[in-house]
Design a protein around this ligand. Structure first.
Ligand code: GDP
Ligand code: IMO
Ligand code: MG
Length: 424
């Protein structure tokens, strides 16, 4: 068997949580491979909305095992609160959740360092979610980090104190003590609470499951344009959000990767700072934001909105080796007379059809193709046969340009508001 991968092709918030929840019945194991509580994955079913940050989006489906892989960074306070919220819905979180011993821990001081780093960048700030992601991955690659498995060691407290002492040196005179006092005790209590969740060698668990013929889905967080290597650096997150991240974040060999489902919105959004060539900083962008409720699931911040960007999407399909696509939130464009797709950029009078190295500071003009809007309520449509011709034309155009079939169409936030198409 192979591991299928589902991940974002834009700047995150494409609707990964919804689609993982929709497709989970076809899988036995759902595994997160990178990121941490900077993610906010929304699921809506039976009239209720759920937002997950660390736990894979298969948790609400009976019989699915959810694995938090070694590539993920964990804030025990946030993970505990997620578990408690799910349990308040009458769903037991126990044997259906496993955590890798190798997943790194976000310490209270990592969050303080994140705040300190952003404040010191001033107007050049990344727009981080301030969940401690960057500093935790820095300690991981700097070989200083603490891992979930360390919590089982008798000298865990000593290791913790050693790392905190190092952080305090970096923080110097920064006014942090009250922030630490507010969370440290809660952090240790949360770790104690998490003892009820089994820690595993998740790479062994996953490879054994593959050998036994189990179906596994890897759930990405963030999106390709936020990838540490291939995103709009430095305005990115600190992990590999692309397909390759599945290999390092779960211990799955490249030869074991199966389908790669890339998710994108029928338009485009970005939250936080950084380049966004097709951004609509006008009333059209504001209209998309209002209809699409484009406010962050983790921070509540306004998301910047714009049209679909083909050079960026083509790049993302290439880097990920996407074999299928899911197009989300088409219903948000239901009332638009015309829909625009950026086909290429104009930079210094030259046509560029790929994402350039660094577009910050460049005069970049997105060039658009206009397509006719469908002016139909898509939210009740469940079969492509019932969809308007203009909608089919939009999908067909994107498929031809991207050269990857669109097999899933989402026409509303609810689990049910989904159209599945056959891969031709
Ligand atoms: P994720 O981080 O990729 O899981 O996406 P988020 O949950 O952060 O953001 C996606 C938002 O769009 C959530 O509020 C979803 O409930 C909502 N959503 C997902 N699919 C659709 C859709 O097809 N139509 C509409 N209108 N909303 C959707
Ligand atoms: P999901 O999984 C959208 C953005 C932040 C910021 C940059 C770095 O819900 O799609 P970080 O906290 O990682 O240091 O922030 O990345 N960002 C996201 N944007 N969706 C996300 O996750 C994001 N996770 C981080 O806004 O610009
Ligand atoms: Mg999100």
């Amino acid at each position: 068997m192979k591991v299928d991968v589902l991940l974002g092709l834009q700047w995150g918030d494409e609707g990964k949580g919804k689609i993982v929840d929709v497709v989970t019945p076809a899988y036995q194991i759902i595994a997160r491979f990178q990121g941490g509580p900077n993610a906010g994955h929304t699921l809506i079913f039976e009239g209720k909305k759920h937002v997950l940050h660390t736990i894979p989006s298969g948790i609400f489906r009976k019989d699915a095992i959810n694995v938090i892989g070694n590539g993920v960074v964990i804030d025990p306070i946030i993970l505990r609160s997620e578990i408690e919220k799910i349990e308040a819905q009458g769903i037991t979180v126990g044997a259906n959740l496993l955590i890798s011993k190798k997943a790194h821990l976000i310490l209270p001081t990592h969050k303080i360092l994140d705040k300190f780093s952003e404040e010191s960048k001033g107007q050049h700030k990344i727009g981080s979610t301030l969940k401690g992601i960057g500093p935790t991955y820095m300690d991981k690659t700097g070989r200083n980090g603490l891992r979930m498995g360390d919590t089982q060691s008798p000298n865990f407290k000593e290791k913790y104190t050693g790392l905190v002492a190092k952080h305090k040196k970096i923080l110097g005179n920064y006014d942090y003590q009250h922030l630490l006092d507010e969370t440290e005790a809660q952090w240790f209590e949360a770790l104690n609470f998490l003892k009820k969740i089994e820690l595993v060698d998740s790479e062994i668990y996953i490879n054994r499951a593959l050998a036994e013929g189990k179906k596994i889905l890897a759930e990405g967080a963030q999106g390709t344009m936020l990838d540490i290597d291939f995103g709009t650096y430095p305005f990115v997150t600190s992990s590999n959000t692309v397909t390759a991240g599945t290999c390092t974040g779960l211990g799955v060999a490249p030869t074991r990767i199966g389908e790669v489902i890339g998710i994108f919105k029928a338009y485009c959004t970005r939250v936080g700072s950084g380049p966004f060539p097709t951004e609509l900083a006008n009333e059209v962008g504001a209209k998309i934001r209002e209809i699409g409720h484009e406010y962050g699931a983790t921070t509540g911040r306004e998301r910047r909105c714009g049209w679909v960007d083909l050079p960026a999407l083509k790049y993302a399909c290439m880097i990920n080796g996407a074999t299928q696509l899911a197009m989300m939130k088409a219903d948000v464009l239901d009332s638009f007379e015309s829909i625009y797709v950026c086909t290429h950029y104009e930079i210094d009078g030259k046509n560029i059809d790929y994402f350039p190295y660094d577009i910050d500071g460049l005069s970049i003009k997105p060039v658009y193709k206009e397509l006719k809007g469908w002016k139909t309520d898509l939210t009740k449509i469940r079969k492509m046969e019932d969809a308007p011709a203009e909608f089919l034309a939009y999908i067909t155009y994107l498929e031809q340009e991207l050269n990857v079939p669109i097999t899933i169409l989402s026409v509303g936030p609810d689990r049910e508001q989904t159209i599945i198409r056959k891969k031709s």
